[in-house]
Design a binder for this molecule. Structure first.
Ligand SMILES: Nc1ncnc2c1ncn2[C@@H]1O[C@H](COP(=O)(O)OP(=O)(O)OP(=O)(O)O)[C@@H](O)[C@H]1O
Ligand SMILES: [Mg+2]
Length: 232
């Protein structure tokens, strides 16, 4: 049987998807699970520069965690726009989904984590397919696929959280829960009240929150704390 796939999406870019991906990977690896982390399309980096999966490997470690980046584009744009500007064509979401399926079918992988680019409906290929389409492809092939939604705590988050959750529901996709990607040490009024209101906006359970300086901790401390920050 294929390993289940967790798709990490966000309400926006820069909300902490990568740091959350690292924390989820570390928390599951600490339970003895063998985790494969996939970034189907990485934009904004030249060849050889460390990408999101390298940050995941740095924070979560490589004990029980393997990483895969499928496609890279130099411009810091949505994948379809970055490919257009580069004058190249990139693999389709269906092709990326096939590669995720191959990884999920491996005997040495217990869970696959896929980090999207930006938010849920960003175009990941030239045909306008999205991370939601990737999940539908996995589901249609009999793989258990669920989303973890990374959200910000700031003013405005309730709207984009509700919109993203509604888009998932509209497509019949499973929202496992949400994670606050970066919670300030000294939260203001909006940050504090949003913690109370996010469960209703998401229509899903809170899976935890990461402190704002999580990525600056030394990796051992990060790993030791990951299971306290996120609960899966
Ligand atoms: N909890 C956190 N602790 C420390 N730094 C954080 C945290 N959350 C986010 N950041 C920082 O904020 C920036 C954006 O976070 P991150 O790269 O995880 O965003 P993202 O949602 O993955 O964006 P993208 O769409 O580019 O993949 C990074 O520089 C990251 O180190
Ligand atoms: Mg990222």
């Amino acid at each position: 049987m294929s390993a289940p796939v967790i798709l990490v999406t966000g309400t926006d870019t820069e909300v902490g998807k990568t740091v959350t991906t690292a924390a989820v990977a570390a928390a599951l690896a600490a339970q003895g699970m063998r985790i494969a982390v996939v970034k189907p399309v990485q934009t904004g980096l030249a060849p050889g520069e460390p990408g999101d999966v390298d940050e995941v490997a740095r924070l979560a470690g490589t004990e029980g965690v393997t990483t895969h980046e499928f496609t890279r584009l130099r411009d810091p744009l949505a994948p379809d726009a970055a490919a257009r500007l580069a004058g190249t064509s990139i693999p389709t979401v269906a092709e990326h989904a096939e590669r995720v399926l191959e990884i999920a079918d491996r005997d040495d992988v217990d869970t696959v984590i896929v980090e999207g680019a930006g938010g849920l409906l960003v175009h990941l290929d030239g045909g306008g397919a999205t991370l939601a389409d990737l999940a539908i492809h996995l589901r249609d092939n009999g793989v258990r696929a669920g989303f973890v939604l990374v959200v910000a705590p700031r003013l405005g988050t309730l709207n984009v959280t509700a919109l993203t959750a509604e888009a998932l529901r509209h497509r019949g996709l499973d929202l496992i829960g949400y994670v606050v990607g970066s919670y300030p040490d000294e939260p203001g009024l909006a940050e504090r009240t949003n913690l109370d209101d996010l469960p209703n906006a998401a229509g899903a359970q809170p899976l935890g929150r990461l402190p704002e300086r999580a990525a600056q901790l030394d990796p051992n401390t990060f790993r030791n704390n990951a299971s306290k920050w996120v609960h899966l």
